[in-house]
Design a protein around this ligand. Structure first.
Ligand code: FAD
Length: 377
């Protein structure tokens, strides 16, 4: 007898799993367990439109609360899963409630990596509550110091600059978004930020932070009215580890996103999965990865087993530039720039051993869509 599906985590991957199960015609019980106390919402605007004040809280929600009732989805708010019993196929919630399942989907996402705190905590940016708090801090501030030169730090910097704040970015790496983009794109975005008046300091690993300060390696203390830290995330794997599922830099899965227990799946930011584009096990933090994982798992649970093998893609928005990346960045041995970087519309094609590996398009959505097709394996 089918005891239903329990999905732990109601973010991008958890929500999409529930939605896709119903789209696949799955008619059994579905419970979606949340620990934030909010109807599932999109995170990307938290460092973009919502932070700038150009999006409302409601516009972030994937669907209104009534939708979950209409679809017979048991959305359990603010009651985290605390323990999985694999033998009895149940999961216990903090409230003491116990749910049974035939398939369990772990969609627990990730939490922010923190810096040593030297007093009151600075801002971090992962949840709606984080963005709301940063937005209110910023409204009374003249200056922002962003620690981290990845997507989150740079998007927060651009959002603050658009509101006329004085902005400084300090990053540990040698170039902007170093792990995810080509050197050409790093340099282009560096110039873009400087043109907009953002001050950038690279190769500087901040040692400690407070609400309004950061300590640099040489002991210098930098101050600003608001400090935001964006130095990466750590996957939420505790629940899986406690249930003796394999965990190694994420919850380990096979190509069907099954964990070491075939009735338990892991999807999205928390899943260390075999990825044909990475050529091995990897963990990817993106909307595409979370949503496509969810679709594959929903198909498998509905009786049509589906391996995960989608082309990875990602986007970021900073000032007037929308960057879309198809494929995974690697150290390339040949790059080709098409279009006109001066005009702000161009694409960079990166090759390794003669093979196209990834394509970065700035304000060229059609080139990005075409690139996804070109990269399909
Ligand atoms: C500010 C910001 C901007 C971003 N911008 C982009 C972008 O422009 N493009 C892009 O592709 N990606 C972007 N991302 C990344 C993208 O949002 C994530 O990759 C995506 O949300 C991952 O979805 P997920 O469901 O795996 O994890 P999450 O969205 O993190 O959801 C996991 C949920 O599970 C909950 N949870 C954890 N443990 C439990 C438990 N035991 N019980 C119940 N619930 C639990 C968590 O609290 C969370 O609510 C951004 C992320 C952030 C934070």
């Amino acid at each position: 007898m089918d005891r239903g599906v329990v999905i732990v985590g109601a973010g991008q991957a958890g929500f999409q799993t529930a939605l896709s199960l119903r789209n696949e015609g799955y008619a059994g019980k579905i419970a979606l367990i949340d620990d934030e106390g909010r109807v599932p919402y999109a995170r990307p605007p938290l460092s973009k439109a919502y932070l700038k004040g150009t999006a409302t809280a409601e516009s972030l929600e994937y669907r209104p609360a009534e939708f979950f009732v209409q679809q017979s989805l048991d959305l359990v708010l603010n009651d985290p899963a605390v323990e999985i019993d694999r033998g009895r196929q149940t999961v216990a919630l903090r409230s003491g409630r116990e749910l049974e399942w035939s398939s369990l989907v772990l969609a627990t996402g990730a939490h922010v990596r923190r810096l040593p705190s030297l007093g009151k905590e600075p801002s971090y940016l992962r949840t709606f509550a984080d963005s709301e708090s940063l937005r209110s801090h910023l409204s009374g501030s003249g200056s922002l110091l962003a620690i981290g030169c990845g997507f989150i730090g740079l998007e927060a910097a651009a959002a603050a600059r658009a509101q006329g704040k004085q902005v400084r970015v300090i990053g540990a790496e040698a170039r902007l978004m170093g792990r995810a983009v080509s050197p050409f794109i790093s340099a282009w975005f560096h110039a873009l930020h400087e043109r907009h008046g953002v001050e950038i300091q690279l190769n500087t690993a901040v040692q400690g932070v407070s609400e309004t300060s950061a300590v640099l390696p040489d002991g210098t203390v930098e101050t600003a009215d608001t400090v935001v830290v964006g130095i990466g995330v750590i996957p939420n794997t505790e629940l899986a580890a406690k249930a003796n599922l394999a965990v190694s830099g994420g919850i380990v899965t096979d190509s069907y996103l099954r964990t070491t227990d075939p009735a338990i799946f892991a999807v999205g930011d928390c899943a260390m999965h075999p990825n044909v584009y990475a050529g091995g096990l990897t963990r990817i933090e993106s909307v595409q990865n979370a949503a496509d994982h969810a679709r594959a798992v929903a198909s498998t649970i509905s009786g049509r087993p589906k391996e995960y093998r989608q082309v990875p893609w990602f986007w970021t928005e900073q000032f007037e530039a929308k960057l879309q990346i198809a494929g995974l960045a690697v150290e390339a041995d040949e790059t080709e720039v098409k279009g006109d970087p001066e005009s702000g519309k161009f694409s960079v094609y990166s090759y390794k051993a003669g093979k196209l590996k990834f394509v970065e398009s700035v304000n060229q959505p059609a080139a990005h869509i075409a690139a996804r097709k070109l990269l399909e394996i």
